[in-house]
Design a protein around this ligand. Structure first.
Ligand code: HOZ
Length: 428
């Protein structure tokens, strides 16, 4: 496999961009080697500038439900571009996309669009604080809700990948309002409520995708709902990763628990930069200009992103059997990986949820952040490198999630499993 062009480009990038990347995990630091520089994507494939082709199990970290260069989404973007790329003024497509989402979710009466998941969550937290007139929030160790100050405490994703789950540069005056609890452990949540009478919200990834893939137990989510109701605290589901991925309705299609607010990200922009937060009427009405809680953005509801998002969600709704097919493929992939690991006496624990999958080089069933941290990250790195040289691109961190897209075929999965057998027999 030739990598010379990517290596040269990475050197150039490092001169002018910190770490050579615009988001840390992409630097491949935790898996070794040089990140491939991408030339183009096509369906389930990625092509790098050295001409290598990979089956892409990252899909831009989730949003590309239909793979790269989906014609319907492409066309909607091109049509939008010919009318103008940004207005900073209302357009009809914002209302259309908002209506589509509000009609789908019991938890969402109104929704506001922003430009990223980080922005969505940051704004949702401010609104929860403004609505409840309280300052403290509860988050879970290993959940990642973007890189805003209050939430970069024991965070997953890149923060964990690089061993700094809590970042310098975040004032302790701010993080003292962020109370930490353990995922899937209601006692730890109760302790937070014993220590504070000022809790505005609990925010959770109900299907955590940023400490590897770990789902919250149904009973745990139900208990969170009860404890929130008893204390006048809002329950926020962060579905930036799981929305339209874990099922049509994300985690909300899997659990019977209804949150007070929901955050979304890149998936609802079909891969364009979008985020959104929505919730019950009396909460959303507190948002400026109807209410006093301020939040704004020139690129919020950007028309090109809105058209892409609408085309993508409409295509999802029009597709038959999409999530069934995702589930079958994700399950057969992780079963195959598990089998390859077992044959080579490598401990591996696997999870799936709809089109999302995760695997931990770990002896134990992974239920929370502490368990995830016990994974063998050196083994993960060797596996990642081996699979890359076989033409399979998995997320470049043990603490991220994999994705199937509609262009992922059974043949790709079978050949990926065959490659995993080969790689595991070498790295065991
Ligand atoms: N934190 C992102 C995924 N959960 C990674 C984003 C990126 O590097 O693009």
């Amino acid at each position: 496999m030739k990598t010379i062009k990517s290596k040269d480009e990475f050197k150039l990038a490092q001169n002018v961009i910190p770490g050579g990347v615009n988001s840390p995990v992409r630097a491949f630091k935790s898996v070794g080697g040089t990140p491939m520089f991408i030339d183009r994507g096509e369906g389930a494939y990625l092509f790098d500038i050295d001409g290598n082709r990979y089956v892409d199990f990252v899909q831009s970290w989730g949003p590309l439900i239909f793979g790269h260069c989906d014609k319907t989404i492409e066309l909607s973007i091109m049509k939008a571009v010919t009318k103008g790329v940004s207005f900073g003024a209302p357009t009809q497509i914002e209302t259309k996309l908002a209506s589509l989402i509000c009609n789908m979710f019991e938890s969402i009466d109104k929704i506001r669009f922003v430009s990223s998941g980080t922005e969505a969550v940051m704004s949702a937290i401010r609104l929860a604080r403004g609505y409840t007139k309280r300052d403290d929030i509860i988050k879970f160790e290993g959940c990642y809700h973007g890189h805003s100050d209050s939430l970069l405490v024991q965070a997953g994703s890149g923060a964990t990948t690089f061993g700094t789950p809590s970042s310098p540069g975040v004032p302790s005056d701010l993080t003292k309002h962020t109370l930490l609890a353990k995922y899937n452990d209601i006692e730890s949540v109760k302790r937070c409520f014993e220590n504070s009478k000022d809790i505005a919200c609990i925010i959770i990834e109900p299907i955590a995708g940023n400490m590897g893939l770990i789902s919250a137990d149904e009973k745990f989510l139900q208990d969170l709902r009860v404890i929130c109701d008893e204390n006048g605290t809002l329950l926020i589901f962060d579905e930036v990763m799981s929305g339209f991925r874990a099922s049509l309705k994300g985690a909300q299609g899997v659990t019977c628990v209804v949150p007070d607010m929901v955050t979304f990200g890149k998936v609802i922009g079909g891969g364009m930069p979008v985020g959104a937060f929505g919730g019950k009427l009396e909460i959303m009405n507190q948002l400026s200009p109807d209410g006093p809680v301020y939040q704004a953005g020139t690129l919020s509801g950007n028309p090109v992103a809105m058209f892409a998002g609408f085309a993508s969600l409409q295509k999802i709704l029009d597709s038959k059997n999409l999530y069934n097919d995702f589930e079958l493929k994700a399950t057969s992939l992780v079963k195959g990986l598990k089998h390859a690991a077992d044959e080579n006496c490598i401990p591996l624990h696997v999870n799936t949820q709809g089109s999302m999958f995760g695997f931990f080089f770990n002896e134990i069933k992974v239920k929370n952040f502490d368990d995830a941290l016990k994974s063998d990250t050196d083994m993960f790195a060797k596996f990642h490198q081996g699979m890359l040289s076989e033409g399979y691109y998995f997320a470049c961190s043990q603490f991220e999630t994999g994705f199937i897209c509609s262009a992922t075929t059974n043949e790709m999965i079978e050949s990926c499993i065959a490659a995993a057998h080969k790689v595991m027999s070498k790295i065991k």
